[in-house]
Design a protein around this ligand. Structure first.
Ligand SMILES: [Zn+2]
Length: 314
């Protein structure tokens, strides 16, 4: 469906998947890391790609460098990019509490993944998302100095303190993320970064914050649906359908199968993994179809590099 037929200004949406291999989930859950295979990445990318292709949608995959070190995973990533999708930087090792790291280590995390992703895909990588949204002013500077076009880490939710409690419970007491507390106050729409970075300004980089339900600023993303059901997605979508820009994020574990290599029962602590894969694939299909019926789905790269799109959403 052509969203411009709605009779008003075009609306754009960026659909994304943050890929974290199981080793990162074990770290989040504070479990000893198992040996990691090299089948899961390709399996998840292909499941996602199949659904996107069905609806003619291009999306963005945020990739951790460490997850594409094997030939098999590199091939899978190239296949994904060759289908017209975008790959963006999600650090080299997906560290927790990245804000607490030394400046040089932050640089290493970003540059390491950048080199690897550009080597594998043969394309410039122009976007970044911090692990657990733990963004700070240092990282924004590091990205800007290296010519990145956008960041997609800011989590402008009023529920951040509550979410951080959840993170601490899941992570066994460790603080994991969500950036500086002022991110709660950041705009609920794309903006040109200012100083401080949670305010609008005139810097070269654009911020694509995680979309929130207007006024209450409750996050809109797939984990809510997999925790509370398809009706929760429908209620969330009804609340955001008038926004000019929507970003909707899935995670790799949303598309894991119990038969994939590296799967262990402890992963069922993630609500999505209590549902059979077939049911989850149908839910993802429904989300992509619903978003595409109302918004024009584009990659972040396209949104940030095409002046008419950027002009419509900023
Ligand atoms: Zn992540």
């Amino acid at each position: 469906m052509d969203p411009s037929k709605n009779g008003d200004r075009p609306r754009f949406a960026c659909i994304a998947l943050d890929y974290e291999d199981t080793r990162h989930l074990y770290r989040t859950l504070n479990l000893p890391a198992p040996p990691v295979g090299d089948v899961m990445f390709g399996a998840v990318a292909e499941r996602f790609q199949t659904i996107l292709a069905r609806h003619g949608v291009s999306a963005t995959l945020f990739v951790v460098g460490e997850d594409i070190l094997t030939d098999n995973n590199r091939r899978s990533l190239r296949r994904f990019v060759d289908s017209g999708h975008e790959v963006a930087n999600h650090t080299m090792t997906h560290p927790f509490g990245m804000r607490e790291m030394a400046y040089a280590d932050k640089v290493r995390e970003i540059e390491g993944a950048q080199k690897l992703l550009e080597d594998v895909t043969g394309q410039p990588v122009v976007g970044y998302k911090a692990p657990a949204h733990d963004i700070d002013a240092d990282v924004i500077d590091i990205l800007e100095e290296r010519g990145f076009h956008y960041d997609a880490s800011v989590y402008p939710s009023y529920f951040n303190p509550l979410l951080n409690v959840c993170y601490r419970v899941v992570g066994g007491g460790r603080p994991l993320g969500l950036g500086d507390w002022q991110c709660s106050l950041a705009p609920n729409r794309p903006y040109r970064l200012g100083r401080p970075y949670w305010k609008t300004g005139t810097r070269s980089m654009v911020e694509f914050p995680i979309s929130q339900i207007p006024a209450v600023k409750f996050p809109v993303y797939a984990t809510v649906m997999f925790t509370a059901g398809l009706r929760a997605f429908q209620a969330q979508f009804a609340a955001v359908r008038r926004m000019r820009f929507l970003t909707y994020v899935f995670h790799s574990f949303d598309l894991f199968d119990e038969n994939d290599d590296g799967f262990v029962p402890a992963l069922r602590r993630y609500p999505a993994l209590r549902l059979p894969l077939a049911e989850r694939l149908e839910m993802v299909d429904h989300v992509v179809k619903t978003i595409a019926s109302r918004f024009q789905p584009v990659t972040y790269r396209r949104a940030v590099t095409q002046p008419e799109i950027l002009g419509a959403i900023l």
